[in-house]
Design a protein around this ligand. Sequence first.
Ligand SMILES: [Zn+2]
Length: 113
Amino acid sequence: MHELSLMNNLLTDAIAAANGAPLRALKVRVGPLSGVVIESLQFAFDALTPGTPAEGARLDIEETAPLFHCPHCQTSYTTPVGNYQCPACLATDGELRGGCELDLISIEVPDHV
Ligand SMILES: [Zn+2]
């Protein structure tokens, strides 16, 4: 389960960004092609946070769609997984530009620390 080490990295970044403040929430963006299982990520979060500034924090997960760029008509488009056709010219050899990401987007800390 590589989500455990991935979540560990995300948590390290979030805790560093909070600069000593307790974390209320973390927002993470997960691409559908990242191979990350959302449930496992949540499980890893619950397993890793006790005893850290992120204990009791909320994990917000934003799932993205695969992002493609069409080399023929220069359209950028997102598609459901399994359908890679360009909506403008119907080419099927679009270049994958996104959907594999696992990024920490934002953190929430209390207003007064
Ligand atoms: Zn196209």
